[in-house]
Write a protein that binds this ligand. Structure first.
Ligand code: AMP
Length: 210
């Protein structure tokens, strides 16, 4: 099962991808998480991309494509994977065609006002990438990760200015991918506005028939 989760930042792709990855025992590959891991660990890649992530712009295609090609060649991807946050440009989507057999793309759609509310309330456990929302999906203890009890943080690119920038980048560079995949008959639409439970149920129905 090779899947792409497409949609604007804050549509809940990461939360849904975590669940589907567990259900099917396949890796959830988030390029954003990979970049943030490298930034937190101050690797060469991390130092290279930090200012780009902070600005809400996209990391250059070449670098991102190489990273994903390499990740998909690893053994744990043999039975499938979920790509979350990749591809984000037509060039990335075209490159991906040459090194994967993806047939199913889920597009999560949601209005901008809800995105801004969701992202500004998002809290993240830095080490694991587990995400919460102060209103809609609060941790058991406010400000603490459910599993480790460690402090939750606000991502630097979840500040309102950065969110607006990421949305503008999404409309300009990533939204055209919907057409790209619709033309190939691979696109399935998901309304990402309802509760996570409802979105999960509608997604399961699509995946059963996909
Ligand atoms: P995300 O966690 O998916 O919202 O990604 C956070 C940030 O990582 C984005 O705003 C980009 O700066 C960078 N990023 C993640 N995935 C990609 C990608 N496929 N292409 C370029 N930049 C990306």
């Amino acid at each position: 099962m090779q899947l792409i989760f497409l949609g604007p930042p804050g549509a809940g792709k990461g939360t849904m991808a975590t669940r589907v990855a567990e259900d099917h025992d396949i890796p959830h590959i988030s390029t954003g998480d990979i970049f943030r891991y490298n930034i937190n660990n101050q690797t060469e890649l991390g130092l290279q991309v930090k200012s780009i992530l902070d600005s809400g712009e996209l990391v250059p295609d070449d670098l991102t494509i190489d990273l994903v090609r390499d990740r998909l060649s690893q053994e744990d991807c043999a039975n499938g994977f979920i790509l979350d946050g990749f591809p984000r440009t037509i060039a990335q989507a075209e490159a991906l065609q040459s090194f994967s057999n993806i047939l199913c793309v889920l597009n999560f759609s949601i209005p901008d006002e809800i995105i801004v509310k969701r992202l500004s309330g998002r809290r993240v456990h830095k080490t694991s990438g587990r995400t919460y929302h102060v209103l809609h999906n609060p941790p058991k203890v406010p400000g603490k990760d459910d599993v480790t009890g460690e402090e939750l943080i606000v991502r630097s690119d979840d500040q309102v200015d950065s969110i607006r920038k990421r949305l503008a980048v999404y409309y300009e560079q990533t939204a055209p991918l919907k057409e790209f995949y619709r033309n190939k008959g691979m696109l399935h639409e998901i309304d990402a506005t309802p509760s996570p439970e409802e979105v999960y149920e509608s997604m399961k129905k699509i995946l059963k028939d996909a």
